[in-house]
Structures are given as structure tokens and as C-alpha cells.
Design a protein around this ligand. Structure first.
Ligand SMILES: Cc1cc2nc3c(=O)[nH]c(=O)nc-3n(C[C@H](O)[C@H](O)[C@H](O)COP(=O)(O)OP(=O)(O)OC[C@H]3O[C@@H](n4cnc5c(N)ncnc54)[C@H](O)[C@@H]3O)c2cc1C
Length: 386
């Protein structure tokens, strides 16, 4: 038996013994997701147990180094971990912007002290993070952002406004892009971390078409941020921001292992679907979803051998989000009028319709599809500003 085979057996046995049966059920609603953080309320004992057991082994962030709360798995071992979790339908023990976005940026740009402190907190699910990038008027053209940090010696005083800040009202800390030099557009931004309970931070939820309020307007009024809470160099936050965006786009595309793009044709056809045009569209979707999965595998292999193309996260983001929107259009079409019900028991409170509407944001959040196409073109043609 190869080392990887015996590792698979070990993981399989550990999961069998440690993943509670309730944590092998599909995620039905927001409450089933463990976000962690200072104010997080566990839905049940099983959710808490599952998190604690995974934290103890480093499995909330399996491929991070052990020194920072991970399990130190190699890429091949981490893939086995994901496959074995998927095999039994195990829910992620912890979902967080810290894991998906800030963590990778800290691993690359953080000081040793920052890595030990913040990565450990993220791995243990102690702090919930939100992302302060977009501003009114600075979304796609993010680099035009105006939130300003005035240098006061040992700290900055931050003033300005962010918008579309997902879960800002639930987060404990924010990773935030702040202008620290008004004379230099690209090299005048710094990447700061601060507590959302700092005096001067306020949030105002924004309601979405799906009825939920997952994001906020976020206001900074003379917020004091100690100088030690900068990641990377002063005025070079754009480098950190761009690197983080690559990981964000990977997460939104589902390339990080989410089950968003599972095929749907067989399940729907089993329930009886006569319409030949819809059947053909479902079949075409499944072919495209499988091709997308194969593309993701190929990209992961290229990353492992250091041959990743710089346009990869953007290609995955573009293709993955457009496919996910198509998937939900088809689920709605196949679901007929029942799928449109907003409050009924048959739809568990309108889950199909609300999920369908939520997917409309997939090709906006983390950079729009149009902007992805621009970036892909620039990076493939190696144009200036790529
Ligand atoms: C669900 C959701 C969650 C989000 N969460 C966060 C968050 O947590 N933190 C955060 O900071 N932001 C967040 N965002 C904001 C997101 O990053 C922005 O919405 C996105 O970058 C687009 O910016 P904008 O909304 O200002 O649109 P705009 O930039 O104003 O774009 C408007 C339209 O113009 C098009 N366009 C713009 N520029 C170009 C161009 N150069 N070429 C071609 N077309 C172009 C766009 O494609 C779009 O169709 C979230 C957004 C959504 C929908």
C-alpha cells in the first residue's frame, strides 16, 4: 500500500469515528454553516463537537503549517482529505473569510508574529473576518478608493466608507484597504487589520432581492488603527489585495472544493421530466460542469508543479459563476411553478427561488464577469496593467 493509500485509510477511519451523523447531512440553511467568531451561536452540540475535533487535529485548515493551526498536509494529502469528506457528505467544520481570503494573504505577506497570532485565531474559529474593499464609486475600479488613513505617529486615524461589506454586522475584525498616500494611486494604499468594535466603526445592513441582508454599508469615523496592524509594506497594500483577490475568486468559483457545480441531470430526470428541450439543456449543463471540474483539476496540478498561469483564478471565477447561474436557471425551469413559491413548506421557505436569486450576485461579487474577461485577456496577451 502506498503512503497516500494508507493516509486515505487513516483519514477514512478518523472521519468515521469523529464526524457526527448530523454533520453528514446537507447544509439546508445559513444556521447549518459554522462561521465561528466571538458572537457565533452553535446550532447544536454536534456542530460544536465537529469544530472542536477538527481544530484539535488542524483539519479546519488542513494544508496550513502546524505552527499556525493547520495539519501540515501536502497538496496530495489535502486533496484526499477533501475527497474523503465529500464521500461521506461531511460539512466543512468551519467556513470563514479568514480561511478563504485573509489566511493565504497572511501566509505570503504577514510577519511571523502576525502569522502565529492571526492564523491561529482563524484556524480555531475564534475571530470572524469581513472584507473592506469596495466603496461607493470604487468597485471594479477598486484602486480609486478614497478611505483615508492619516499618519499619527504610532497609529493611523481612518475615515471613509465601504459598501457591500459581507457580514460586516456579524464580523469581529475587518481586513481593509485604506489610502495612506493621496499622491500615488497604486502605491498609495495599505492593507490594514482592525477590530470592528473599535470606536468609530458603524454598519448598516443592505437588503437583497432574495430577502436576506448578508452585507452592509460600513462607516469609519476617526477609527484609530495601531501601526503594527498593517500587512505587508506601507503603501504596497495593492499587492496584498490582488493576491487575496485570487483566493477570493477561487472560493467564489467553487474551485476550492464546494459542491456548487455537481451535475443535476440524473436527479431531475429520475423524478420524471418529459420536456426534450429542457432534458437536452440539462445534459449540456452536466457536460459543461464536468469539463469545468476537469479544468479545475488540471489547474490544481499545474499549481503543484509551479506552472500556474496568472489568469487561472479569473478563468475559474468567470466560468464557475456563469455555470452556477445557469445551474440555478435550470433547477427553476425543472421545478415548475412550485420552485417559485416564496414561503411554502414544499420549498422549505422558498429555498429554490431564494438560492436562484442569490446566484445572480455570483458574477458580480469578487469582480464582475466583464472585469474577469478584461483581466483574462490582459494576462493571456501579457498587456500592460495585467
Ligand atoms: C453578494 C455580494 C457580496 C459582496 N461582498 C463584498 C465584500 O464583502 N467586501 C467588498 O469589499 N465588496 C463586496 N462586494 C462588492 C463587489 O466586489 C463589487 O460589487 C464588484 O467589484 C463590482 O463593483 P460595483 O458593484 O461597484 O460595480 P461597477 O464597478 O460600478 O460595475 C457596474 C457595471 O459596469 C461593468 N464594468 C465596470 N468596469 C468595467 C470595465 N472596465 N470593462 C467592462 N465592464 C465594466 C461591470 O461589469 C458592471 O456590469 C460584494 C458584492 C456582492 C454582489
Amino acid at each position: 500500500m502506498s503512503d497516500l493509500d494508507s493516509f486515505r485509510q487513516e483519514i477514512r477511519a478518523w472521519l468515521e469515528a469523529n464526524c457526527p451523523p448530523e454533520m453528514r447531512e446537507p447544509v439546508r440553511d445559513e444556521g447549518d454553516i459554522c462561521w465561528g467568531g466571538r458572537r457565533f451561536q452553535f446550532k447544536n452540540a454536534a456542530q460544536k463537537t465537529w469544530l472542536e475535533r477538527c481544530v484539535a487535529k488542524g483539519y479546519t485548515v488542513p494544508d496550513w503549517p502546524k505552527a499556525y493551526g493547520g495539519a501540515g498536509l501536502s497538496p496530495a494529502e489535502a486533496k484526499i482529505w477533501r475527497e474523503e469528506c465529500a464521500r461521506i457528505g461531511a460539512r466543512p467544520p468551519l467556513s470563514s473569510f479568514g480561511i478563504w481570503m485573509l489566511g493565504p494573504a497572511l501566509l505570503k505577506f504577514g510577519t511571523e508574529e502576525q502569522k502565529v497570532h492571526y492564523l491561529g485565531q482563524i484556524a480555531r474559529g475564534e475571530i470572524r473576518w469581513c472584507q473592506g474593499y469596495s466603496e461607493p464609486g470604487s468597485g471594479s475600479d477598486l484602486v480609486s478608493l478614497q478611505t483615508f488613513g492619516e499618519d499619527k505617529g504610532d497609529h493611523w486615524v481612518v475615515n471613509g466608507q465601504k459598501i457591500w461589506t459581507s457580514y460586516a454586522d456579524k464580523a469581529d475584525w475587518i481586513f481593509c484597504l485604506v489610502r495612506t498616500d493621496k499622491t500615488n494611486k497604486y502605491q498609495g494604499i495599505s492593507f490594514l487589520l482592525f477590530d470592528m468594535e473599535s470606536p468609530g466603526v458603524t454598519t448598516k445592513p443592505i437588503k437583497l432581492i432574495s430577502g436576506s441582508s448578508p452585507f452592509c454599508e460600513t462607516f469609519f469615523d476617526n477609527v484609530q488603527v495601531p501601526k503594527a496592524q498593517i500587512v505587508g509594506q506601507l503603501n504596497r497594500g495593492w499587492d496584498v489585495a490582488k493576491y487575496l483577490l485570487g483566493h477570493e475568486r477561487e472560493m467564489i468559483s467553487g474551485a476550492g472544493g464546494s459542491d456548487r457545480l455537481t451535475t443535476i441531470g440524473a436527479v431531475i430526470a429520475r423524478n420524471g421530466l418529459e420536456d426534450p428541450i429542457l432534458r437536452a439543456e440539462l445534459a449540456q449543463f452536466d457536460v459543461d460542469a464536468l469539463a469545468y471540474t476537469a479544468m479545475g483539476e488540471k489547474f490544481l496540478d499545474e499549481i503543484k508543479v509551479g506552472k500556474a498561469h496568472p489568469a487561472q483564478p479569473n478563468m475559474m471565477k468567470y466560468a464557475g459563476t456563469e455555470l452556477n447561474k445557469r445551474r440555478h436557471e435550470l433547477l427553476m425551469a425543472a421545478g415548475g411553478s412550485t420552485a417559485l413559491e416564496w414561503e411554502s413548506e414544499a420549498t422549505s421557505g422558498g429555498t429554490p427561488a431564494r438560492s436562484w436569486l442569490r446566484t445572480k450576485a455570483n458574477s458580480i461579487e469578487g469582480g464582475t464577469s466583464e472585469v474577469m474577461l478584461n483581466v483574462i485577456a490582459k494576462r493571456i496577451l501579457d498587456l500592460p496593467g495585467a
